[in-house]
Ligand binder design. Structure first.
Ligand code: CMC
Length: 393
């Protein structure tokens, strides 16, 4: 009934009205609440960007201080939730753990949660971004068999994550170089929101049935996990490691061009950006700075990435398809330089994108009527068959 358009991958369907993020793929422009990503990356912290995304305006100094305190107040998780980590397969991927434990938050926040109340929705948003780094660090440490470390009130949001990842509860406070905090904060800021991509649309569709928001975010995490989306940063670093030496690059370029292989150059191409990804420009600069400032163990990997980019951008295959490096082409090298385990790369993307997911959910829930998301299909088998009894088949 009604109008039906067949549109696989929803490339030509607008699914909602939103005032959070704007992308002009042709111009390579990304705006959060009207502000250019380049300006935000140069002048703001991630937590300041969270305030902007959540409330629509940049905070004053006192707004920001209050907001940071409210987030810190929510950083601990129920102690019972810690027990949940014990029984995972010791080799579990941290994304597998995150899908479960974020979903499990719904078991602590459900009966008393009224999602029709805007104040409670705001609290959910703060709880989500506050508890995510704690649970993300727990998921990494549990997969390494290390004890969990609690957040500290005197540290910033991003410092707290690094502290929970790398400190030792006996006596060792992790040494967190300012450039490490700056680099991770930049990664979080650049990934904070990106309008209606696969994971955000998943969160919106799940939420459109008025399901528990913590469970909806867990659905978003599942969607983000794949290598075509948030898994690209891990896949990219693994690809660069496999390439190993600059002389092998042409072989990989040929493999990517050959349609007989499913292989793609990871960290290249984007559904929306068909000119350049403005986040990649900021990330490439940050990557060079981190590699130069730290002990440069990734110098070789950065040279391979730069050379791969150079060769690809001169190649007709990539030029004609408008394939450019995306944000994740360089973010993996930065994370590796910060000693973040490779299997945590996508978790860090999820940590960053949580603010986007929760703002998009909140925006949808504030509409007068929330329309349940249910796309149509093109059915391809006969309409109706005669039933055949078991003994006649
Ligand atoms: N390497 C080689 N060929 C590619 C690549 C690539 N990375 N990306 C696209 N192509 C080709 C593709 O084979 C197709 O060629 P043809 O027209 O001859 O069949 C053409 O370019 C168009 O590709 P598409 O798959 O129709 O484009 P899409 O908009 O559906 O996909 C994408 C976008 C990001 C999934 C894709 O470019 C890709 O798989 N990239 C590698 C994975 C990656 O880096 N993902 C991270 C995206 S940025 C972070 C995020 O937002 O999640």
């Amino acid at each position: 009934t009604g109008m039906f358009t067949f549109n696989p991958g929803y490339t030509a369907s607008g699914s909602c009205v939103s005032a959070i993020t704007y992308i002009d793929g042709g111009k390579g422009q990304l705006l959060y609440r009207g502000y250019k990503i380049e300006d935000l990356a140069a002048n703001c912290t991630f937590i300041e960007t969270c305030f902007l995304l959540l409330y629509g305006e940049l905070p004053t100094a006192s707004d920001l201080a209050d907001f940071e305190e409210r987030v810190k107040d929510e950083m601990l998780v129920h102690e019972k939730l810690k027990d949940f980590f014990k029984d995972f397969n010791p080799k579990a991927h941290p994304m597998a753990i995150m899908c479960s434990v974020i979903g499990a938050l719904s078991s602590f926040y459900h009966e008393d949660l009224d999602i029709e109340d805007p104040k409670q929705r705001e609290r959910v948003a703060i709880q989500m971004i506050a508890k995510f780094p704690t649970l993300a660090a727990f998921s990494s440490r549990t997969s390494m068999g290390l004890p969990m470390v609690y957040p500290r009130r005197d540290l910033s949001y991003t410092e707290n994550f690094l502290h929970m990842m790398f400190s030792d509860p006996m006596d060792q406070e992790a040494v967190i170089e300012p450039v490490m905090t700056e680099a991770l904060d930049k990664i979080l800021l650049l990934h904070a929101d990106h309008e209606q991509n696969a994971s955000t649309s998943t969160v919106r569709i799940a939420g459109s049935s008025k399901a528990n928001p913590f469970a909806c975010i867990s659905a978003g995490i599942a969607s983000l996990w794949g290598p075509a989306h948030g898994g690209a940063n891990q896949a990219c670093i693994e690809m660069l490691q496999e390439i190993g030496e600059a002389e092998n690059i042409p072989k990989y370029i040929e493999k990517a061009k050959n349609k007989n292989y499913p292989f793609r150059i990871m960290g290249f191409g984007h559904r929306v950006y068909k000119n350049f990804d403005p986040r990649a420009t900021v990330m490439a600069k940050m990557c060079k700075k981190v590699v130069e400032t730290m002990d440069s163990k990734n110098q070789e990997m950065l040279s391979i990435a730069l050379e791969l980019e150079r060769i690809a951008l001169e190649n007709d295959y990539f030029i004609s398809r408008k394939l450019y490096p995306n944000v994740d082409f360089y973010s993996g090298i930065v994370l590796q330089e910060l000693s973040i385990p490779t299997n945590m790369f996508t978790v860090i993307f999820a940590l960053a994108r949580t603010i986007g997911w929760v703002c998009q959910w909140k925006e949808m829930m504030s509409e007068d009527t929330v329309k349940i998301g249910s796309p149509r299909q093109l059915y391809v088998v006969e309409k109706c068959k005669e039933f055949v009894a078991m003994n006649e088949r």
